[in-house]
Design a protein around this ligand. Structure first.
Ligand code: UDP
Ligand code: MG
Length: 321
């Protein structure tokens, strides 16, 4: 290794983690102090907390110059908090490690991540070994990843978490992504690069409850799905095509029996119903087509800023707010 120390930054999103942040910071520090070949930094992103999370971040930052904090103006969601954690850095470090503030991503696994990175992998993901959520959530998440992998061009590992290390190069690319609906695991998988993964046992969060409710997870799932797969839109179109095909064949059959064979086996109502279904099918198919265009526009349009910063702490050079 060259003698210049490598710089590694922890990006830690935090929403209402006043009771966990300090503990996280201390536990992580214990581990990284043993790894003195590197320069360590922390960036905490307060994602619209309504407890004293920001206060705690400021206190830690005032005592420790390697700790920075960014406070978002409201709750933008974890994906956006992670994005802010990357984009707010004035100079990218050699690697970034994403970690949850609730110690569910054990600091003890950090050396393993670094080891893989040193071997030349640019993305090192961490997969959890044990089930840590309710059976329902596990099943839901397995189903979601199954569908996503099946219907999009991604191949996301089932038990992959957001606990991961990204190389400098990956950050440079990530920085150029303008899209609004972010699903980090998806984007990172989509990018390619040399990947490796480690496994860890995930403990329960130390205090507080998971902020991800069913609604939350459901909308994350829907967003992730619609930003990586046009499958739902296509289904509408396919349904339309199927209805059109079946009903037009049926209609043709009716016409033939009546006009050519001279049989009157169908009532007037039957003609009406089948013809109506045919029109309905055409409308659905057209809807599917329109949806495809909208899908394209949807992926192109990205006007608003991704997130808004309210306050910063610990930055030497500040980006303008
Ligand atoms: N988090 C966040 N914004 C949110 C929700 C969560 O920054 O809107 C943070 C949270 O503080 C924690 C991490 O994301 O550090 C994971 O959240 P949580 O533990 O609630 O999720 P789970 O472990 O259940 O996936
Ligand atoms: Mg958690």
């Amino acid at each position: 290794m060259n003698d210049k120390k490598q710089r590694i930054t922890f990006v830690v999103p935090a929403r209402n983690e006043e009771r966990n942040i300090r503990c996280f910071y201390e536990e992580t520090n214990k581990i990284v102090l043993g790894l003195d070949n590197y320069i360590w930094e922390f960036i905490f992103i307060d994602d619209g907390s309504n407890d004293s999370t920001w206060q705690t971040i400021k206190e830690i930052s005032n005592l420790d110059p390697t700790v920075k904090g960014v406070r978002l103006s409201r709750n933008f969601g974890k994906e956006m908090a992670l994005t802010a954690g990357i984009l707010e850095q004035t100079k990218f470090p050699d690697a970034v490690i994403f970690m949850d503030a609730d110690l569910q991503h054990p600091p003890a696994a950090i050396p393993k991540l670094i080891q893989q990175w040193e071997l030349g992998f640019q993305i090192v993901t961490a997969q959890r070994k044990s089930i840590r959520y309710s059976l329902w959530r596990e099943m839901g998440s397995n189903f979601f990843f199954f569908m996503l992998n099946r219907f999009s061009k991604l191949n996301i590992q089932y038990k992959a978490t957001d606990f991961r290390l990204l190389d400098h190069k990956v950050l440079e690319v990530l920085q150029t992504f303008p899209e609004r609906n972010r699903f980090f695991r998806g984007i990172i998988d989509w990018m390619g690069f040399e990947k490796s993964s480690i496994t860890f046992d995930s403990p329960d969060r130390i205090t507080g409850k998971s902020t991800f409710t069913f609604n939350n997870l459901f909308s994350l799932a829907v967003n992730s799905f619609t930003s990586f797969s046009l499958m739902p839109l296509r289904i509408t179109g396919y349904l339309g095509l199927a209805v059109t095909t079946v009903s037009s064949l049926l209609f043709l059959y009716m016409i033939i029996t009546h006009l050519i064979l001279g049989l009157t086996i169908f009532t007037k109502l039957a003609y009406f119903v089948v013809f109506n279904t045919l029109l309905f099918g055409i409308v659905l198919a057209a809807l599917g087509l329109i949806a495809l265009y909208i899908g394209n526009i949807h992926t192109e349009v990205s006007g608003r800023p991704l997130y808004i910063v309210q306050e910063r702490v610990g930055f030497v050079k500040q980006k303008p707010l």
